[in-house]
Design a protein. Structure first.
Length: 247
């Protein structure tokens, strides 16, 4: 109540508070992000040195790294702050507003990387020969029975690319899920090279869909813009709600 009795208007008071606290939250978040990136850089180099396709490899598109590096923390902080202010204005109870803010922010952090981020730019689709397990540990052969599974951790010739999906296709480009009968025996005998050669002779290749590493900063800017846009929309709603109460 004291805030509404000051010499400045309510709209100006809200604008100053939103700007000052929001910028402070963004600055602190980005500072922590830079500190975390500086601390983790030697660990990342140690993990990836000499084994860029290994299971421990963490590319820049990995969810944890993408969300905690670059400029996206700025967008996250701005949106979280605006969301908290909006929830507080609607609910008017601190604890429930905090719970709603956390729930919505968490849901968006899960949904956007799964359904929005992969399509911020049209992905690249390639069909390549099935790599030999000795050459490319990122691809695996049959996964139980005659089921055929090919899982690529990296796109050929595209270090650091974000692989969205991969799987076997036949000579006509149609997806397949079972191992050709001629190759089943080789798969069960545990002879990877012969098995891969047999797949090639049957026209089986590997289809890979990915986002090139060169798009990293494009994705960073795009996702940050999304969160900043949402933050501005929420701030605008708060101002409209305030003015409606005054009228």
């Amino acid at each position: 109540a004291l805030a509404w009795n000051q010499s400045v208007t309510r709209t100006r008071w809200l604008a100053v508070k939103l700007t000052a606290v929001g910028v402070a939250a963004m600055a602190v978040t980005e500072g922590l992000s830079l500190m975390q990136a500086w601390w983790a850089a030697p660990l990342g180099r140690a993990v990836t040195h000499g084994a860029p396709a290994g299971v421990l490899y963490q590319g820049r598109f990995t969810q944890l790294i993408f969300a905690s590096h670059g400029i996206t923390p700025l967008g996250y902080a701005a949106f979280a702050f605006a969301l908290g202010v909006t929830a507080g204005a609607l609910i008017r109870r601190t604890v429930p507003a905090m719970a709603v803010t956390l729930a919505i922010f968490t849901a968006l952090q899960v949904a956007l990387p799964l359904w929005v981020r992969p399509h911020l730019d049209p992905p690249v689709h390639v069909v390549v020969a099935v790599p030999s397990p000795e050459i490319s540990p990122g691809s695996s052969g049959p996964a139980g029975g005659n089921k055929l599974t090919l899982t690529a951790l990296q796109a050929p010739g595209q270090p650091g690319a974000w692989v969205l999906s991969s799987g076997p296709v036949n000579a006509t480009g149609q997806a397949v899920t079972t191992t050709p009968a001629a190759c089943t025996g080789l798969a069960n005998k545990g002879t990877p090279s012969a098995f891969v050669d047999c797949l090639a002779s049957q026209g089986i290749r590997e289809a890979i869909t990915y986002q090139p590493a060169s798009r990293y900063w494009r994705f960073q800017w795009a996702e940050t813009a999304i969160y900043l846009g949402l933050a501005l929309a929420l701030a605008g709603y708060c101002f409209r709600r305030l003015n409606r109460r005054l009228s």
